[in-house]
Ligand binder design. Structure first.
Ligand SMILES: [Mg+2]
Ligand SMILES: [Zn+2]
Length: 469
């Protein structure tokens, strides 16, 4: 599949790092960020690459040449005048048509990424989508644009950071990586032709072919993609893989640390992942019995800090929660989704995010008034059964034997053991001094989620006092 990389950004905010080289050539751990990305693409068979350049573009062209040094075929589009980040695409339309695929991969060189592109393209093809947006939770959703989808992943709304947003929202942010069907560009041109906002560009890519192009600048998100929200033709592809903006010196140094620690590469979903599975009630939020009312959802004081540490560690943070209130007819699926939106919003305000939320809406005992009969059965997902963990393991390529299940009840510990994970139990009494026979068999016991997470991430798999007991 043809890949277009937009590398024309000026990168003014990061100029302090290296003012004399264009942002895509800034080295991360000794290697230009764009070179890392091209290597990642080429290793997955994406060898045909067009790079659009402008600011200091000559340096980028000199460095990568025709791509043969990197095992790829690279050509360029040099923007003489600013065309907006999508303007070049129309000038490249003729060249794209020679690709055997009707869709192309469009990447923004403003961010650093290491992702399983084949998986993304598969999702695009499976949905038969016109556009697939790579989306992910990030550590600052409150000042990021948000992508809202229906249950099947079709994008229903795309909110800019300036737009008003729901009080509680899912932490799902567009990462600047897309698969786009070429005909989407043609449709945009046809619509423009109707309103006559087009001109013939005689300086088309090949010099001798004229290309019909929009007048003025074209912004990819605003002009082309956002209008597709609600059409049923654009889908979000949620992924926990590594994609980070390096637009400021602070973020740039954070990216360098992640590469140094091997975190960026390890989060590529083609590699085996490790996760910390988290119970919800009593682990992330204050335990109040069955939670039916969203107003009753309140984060535990250390929950965001604990989740944030997991986020920074390279482990995935995944909630697995039994919610029999759905089967009992006390909370609808919609109300549960809203409670989870509140959880994500509150965590996001403190820089923490979840890579996945799995819930069991079932309950085995039937015969109660108001129950949802179809959810009353002995399912495979209700903890202590391992169904939710097994499903997550499949979805995210997780190695369960390298993962942890942490919760505040024996049910959580049993679910973790049944899935083959290490287990951690939050126990408010001083569990470390308990006799081993009194303990429910968790590998680790601690007074708080934060304490457990710290010990998990620091590689200690036993409570010191327990060992001495
Ligand atoms: Mg619990
Ligand atoms: Zn279930």
């Amino acid at each position: 599949m043809l890949t277009v990389i937009m590398a024309g950004g000026r990168g003014t905010r990061i100029a302090g790092i290296a003012g004399d080289i264009p942002k895509p050539l800034i080295p991360v751990c000794g290697k230009p960020v764009l070179e890392r990305e091209i290597e990642c693409l080429r290793a997955q068979g994406f060898r045909d690459i067009i790079i659009t350049v402008s600011h200091m573009g000559g340096k980028i062209m000199d460095y990568f040449g025709d791509g043969s040094r990197f095992g790829a075929h690279i050509s360029y589009y040099f923007e003489k005048e600013p065309l907006g980040n999508a303007g070049a695409l129309f000038r490249l339309r003729g060249e794209m048509a020679r690709s055997v695929d009707d869709s192309f991969l469009l990447l923004n060189a403003d961010s650093v990424f290491d992702i399983d592109f084949k998986r993304l393209v598969n999702a695009h093809e499976t949905k038969n989508a016109d556009v697939t947006l790579f989306t992910h939770p990030n550590s600052h959703p409150y000042d990021s644009g948000l992508v809202i989808t229906s249950e099947d992943g079709a994008v229903t709304q795309w909110l800019s950071k300036e737009d008003s947003r729901p009080k509680w929202y899912k932490n799902r942010v567009n990462a600047g990586i897309h698969v786009i069907r070429q005909s989407v560009l043609d449709e945009y041109m046809e619509a423009l032709a109707d309103s006559r906002k087009i001109s013939v560009d005689n300086a088309g890519t090949n010099g001798n072919e004229s290309t019909i192009v929009p007048d003025g600048k074209t912004d990819l998100d605003r002009d082309i993609l956002k209008p597709l929200a609600g059409s049923g033709r654009m889908y979000a592809y949620d992924s926990p893989e590594y994609v980070k903006d390096m637009g400021t010196p602070e973020r740039f140094y954070a990216v360098c640390r992640d590469y140094e620690a091997g975190i960026a590469v390890s989060k590529n979903l083609s590699r085996r992942q490790k996760a910390v599975f988290l119970d919800r009630d009593g682990t992330i939020n204050v335990y109040k019995g069955f939670l039916r009312d969203i107003d009753g959802f309140e984060l535990l004081p250390d929950a965001a800090e604990a989740v944030r540490r997991i986020n920074e560690s390279g482990f995935l943070a995944i909630v697995v929660t039994n919610q029999p209130v759905v089967a009992r007819g006390e909370v609808t699926f919609g109300e549960l989704a809203e409670i989870h939106n509140k959880m994500e919003t509150l965590l996001g305000e403190k820089g923490a995010y979840l890579d996945g939320i799995y819930f069991c809406p079932h309950h085995p005992d039937s015969g109660y008034e108001g129950e949802v009969a179809g959810l009353k059965f002995d399912c495979r997902c209700r903890k202590p059964k391992p169904g939710m963990l097994l499903k997550a393991a499949k979805d995210f390529n997780i190695d369960l034997s390298e993962s942890w299940m942490v919760g505040d009840s024996e049910t959580d510990v049993m679910a973790g053991k049944n899935a083959g994970c290490h287990t951690g139990l939050i126990s408010t009494d001083n569990s470390c001094s308990e006799k081993p026979q009194d303990r429910p068999g968790a590998d680790l016991t601690g007074a708080s989620l934060c304490e457990l997470v710290d010990r998990i991430l620091n590689g200690k798999d036993n409570c010191g006092q327990y060992e001495n007991a």
